[in-house]
Ligand binder design. Structure first.
Ligand SMILES: *Cc1c(COP(=O)(O)O)cnc(C)c1O
Length: 364
């Protein structure tokens, strides 16, 4: 691909930072992780950031911190990466699905239909970098005594109503290679709750509060100082990278606006979209269908992605799983057949953006 859907660039500053940690001999969790956590918490204006080995473990740790019973229910979106569901299954929980809206996130109006006596957690996924409607979801959670765990794997620096995600409970970030902020593999849980933060820090380190003093049965979810050394150098650039993604999205919004049958990303004044992906819907009114458009992009050397080609509930490993309830989500199904993501990353040049636009406009 001449214009890849995502690109990872690591500069001399990252090399230097990693080399310094490598030479220090302290390569497991240590001072770099502590520094990275402080920077991450500061960037997201929250009291605590707890680094872990990846985003899936961030979700598992956040769910574990709620101390639920097996069979308690988590309500989430079926239009997500499988990790969201795998994490809940690993915690012994049962997963239920509400439908999504035009923002590709949990539709608050669809949540009541799957509420029951075992409902304990609302787990919105801020897909593509746009937050779910946290105002309405938080009200539902309040009325029904649900905890909120946000899957913010794609939503670093995203805001709803001026608030960073994570301020409603816990938010779980991924630092996987292709995410907006990356340490290769990595994850972070953020929270404003002191007790939850303390529990998470203890749990990720075998339940140890002091050398050989164990307060609980924990696990090893630790991040290494080598990964944190990458994160510490990248994090100060994240705001600029996010602005570049938003500028690219604005260019697409302006130049793809009139194309028949294409639906551009939804947003409103309340939400700050950080464009992990720029995703359009190719509807039946369009001149070509999604697969045909993908073939044109491919031919032109432009990367694209179907995120996600199927609903989680459509995979046989989940459809037949005793902890997964197959709630009907017709709008999510329709949307999953129409979405295609195009390159929006911070390294796109003007010429590349223009090529993406002209290729789509000409095809459609
Ligand atoms: C990437 C991702 C995860 C999992 O993160 P890993 O770091 O890959 O474990 C979870 N949920 C969503 C929505 C993701 O995009």
């Amino acid at each position: 691909m001449t214009i890849p859907i995502s690109r990872v660039e690591l500069g001399a500053d990252v090399e230097e930072s990693v080399l310094r940690v490598l030479r220090s001999g302290q390569i497991a969790q240590g001072p770099e992780v502590a520094k990275f956590e402080a920077m991450f918490a500061d960037a997201h204006q929250c009291r605590h950031a707890i680094a872990v080995a990846n985003g899936t473990l961030a979700l598992i740790a956040a769910l574990r911190s709620l101390h639920l019973e097996p069979g308690d229910e988590v309500i989430t979106s079926p239009f997500t990466f499988v990790a969201t569901v795998n994490a809940a299954i690993e915690c012994g929980l049962t997963v239920r699905f509400a439908d999504i809206g035009d923002d590709y996130c949990l539709d608050p109006q669809s949540v009541p239909s799957v509420l029951g006596s075992r409902s304990k957690v609302l787990l919105p996924v801020h897909l593509y970098g746009l937050t779910a409607n946290m105002g309405a979801l938080a009200r539902i959670a309040d009325h029904n005594n649900l905890a909120i765990v946000e899957d913010a794997a794609q939503a670093h620096l995203a805001k709803f109503g001026g608030r960073f995600v994570g301020s409603w409970g816990t938010a779980c970030y991924s630092l996987y290679a292709t995410k907006n902020l990356s340490t290769g593999e990595g994850g972070v849980v953020t929270t404003n709750n002191d007790e939850t933060a303390r529990w998470l820090r203890t749990f990720r380190n075998q339940g140890m509060v002091e050398r050989y003093v164990y307060e609980m049965s924990g696990l090893n979810y630790r991040m290494t100082d080598l990964q944190a050394a990458i994160g510490c150098v990248q994090l100060p650039k994240l705001a600029d990278w996010t602005r570049a993604r938003q500028e690219n999205a604005k260019f697409y919004n302006e130049n793809l606006k009139g194309v028949t049958g294409i639906v551009l990303p939804d947003s409103d004044g309340e939400r700050e979209h950080v464009f992990h992906q720029y995703t359009i819907r190719v509807t039946r009114q369009a001149k070509k269908n999604r697969e045909e458009l993908a073939a044109v992009l491919n031919e032109a050397g432009i990367g694209y992605g179907f995120y996600y080609p199927r609903l989680v509930t459509d995979y046989s490993c989940f459809a037949g799983h005793p902890q997964v309830r197959l709630d009907s989500t017709p709008y999510a199904r329709a949307i999953s057949e129409e979405t295609i993501s195009i390159p929006v990353h911070q390294y796109l040049s003007s010429a590349e953006k223009e090529k993406v636009v002209s290729t789509i406009v000409n095809a459609m």
